[in-house]
Design a protein around this ligand. Structure first.
Ligand code: MN3
Length: 333
């Protein structure tokens, strides 16, 4: 009996601990030494396995048994002024470091052209953005973070925050969605750079993961499409890409489910007025063919034609679509 009781108590303690660990630290996406010589291995190891780990542990301890124990961290930030400082500091500490690891890399990455264009439109060049972000980081008194973030209006902005605050917090004077954050706590650079924060800030640009910064940007800003000027062509393209590529991989379910929708998109395209730059007889002729072929394909699907027959029909339709794209945008295909 005692043994059973011991087992139950141990199990429930285990479950409680398990349930309490709402927030978990993701594995570091590279080795501690990967960012050498810009960030040394020892700094990375202590920063990740001690500092960040402590924020996660303390955050879980701060929320356990409260009404935010199961909240998403972004929802906590949205009302963080209502919670104790332990929540603010450790939720910020966890999120900020998770972001920090993700926007660093030892791989060669590049900015998405749309984000690059937005940076240039805001600060004339990527270099001047770096200079301004470094200035925000260098002038942050004491511990904190410098941010490149996107405002609610979709504009890029630069700022800094104290301690573990970030622009997602309701009490933050700078507000938006952070796409790049630079940790300027001494624990991020002191072992290698001592008091020379500026040297650390110069070095860090060698290891920024521009691909991840761009990905974060596109979680809040819509990706532009070359099809934007002709919405009906864009709508057709969407159904085409979501049916043709699965079919190429042997999955016919999408085209069988959406052939009628694709026919409707082709009809809408044929009925629309092409933007002036695309309004050429050869484009309109190809669009007419696209409409007729979409109807044929839908008829085949309705008649439950074989996959082989559908493949031939959809491939021909896809060719016609790319003929239109080529005529409009001057691409070979
Ligand atoms: Mn840190």
């Amino acid at each position: 009996m005692k043994k059973v009781l011991f087992f139950v108590v141990t199990l429930s303690l285990f479950c409680w601990q398990f349930a309490a660990a709402q927030f978990v630290q993701k594995p570091l996406p590279y080795a501690y030494a990967a960012l050498e010589p810009y960030i040394d291995a020892q700094t990375m190891e202590i920063h990740y396995s001690k500092h960040h780990a402590a924020y996660v542990k303390n955050l879980n301890a701060a929320v356990v048994g409260t009404d935010i124990a199961n909240s998403k961290i972004e929802d906590i930030f949205a009302k963080v002024s209502k919670y104790p400082d332990a929540v603010r500091n450790n939720a910020g500490g966890h999120y900020n470091h998770e972001l920090f690891w993700s926007v660093l890399t030892d791989k060669k990455t590049s900015l998405h052209p749309q984000l690059e264009e937005a940076i240039k439109a805001t600060w004339t060049s990527v270099d001047s953005m770096k200079t301004l972000l470094n200035k925000a980081a260098a002038t942050r008194f004491g511990s904190g973070w410098a941010w490149l973030f996107v405002t609610a209006e979709g504009k890029l902005a630069i700022g800094s925050s104290p301690n573990q605050d970030n622009p997602l917090m309701d009490l933050s004077p700078i507000k938006g969605f952070p796409i790049l954050g630079i940790d300027v706590w001494e624990h991020a650079y002191y072992l290698k750079y001592q008091n020379k924060r500026a040297d650390y800030l110069t070095a860090i640009w060698n290891v920024v993961n521009w691909e991840e910064v761009s990905n974060r940007y596109f979680t809040v800003v819509p990706k532009k499409s070359k099809f934007d000027p002709w919405p009906e062509l864009k709508a057709f393209h969407q159904v085409m890409s979501q049916t043709f590529h699965p079919m190429e991989e042997g999955n016919y379910a999408p085209i069988k489910a959406r052939s009628a929708e694709m026919m409707q998109k082709a009809d809408a395209l044929a009925a629309s007025t092409a933007p002036a730059e695309f309004n050429k007889p050869e484009v309109l002729k190809a669009v007419k063919k696209l409409k007729a072929d979409s109807k044929k394909l839908n008829d085949l699907v309705t008649k439950k034609a074989s996959d082989e027959v559908l493949k031939k029909s959809l491939t021909a339709l896809h060719d016609t679509f790319h003929q239109i794209v080529g005529l409009c945008f001057g691409e070979e295909h």
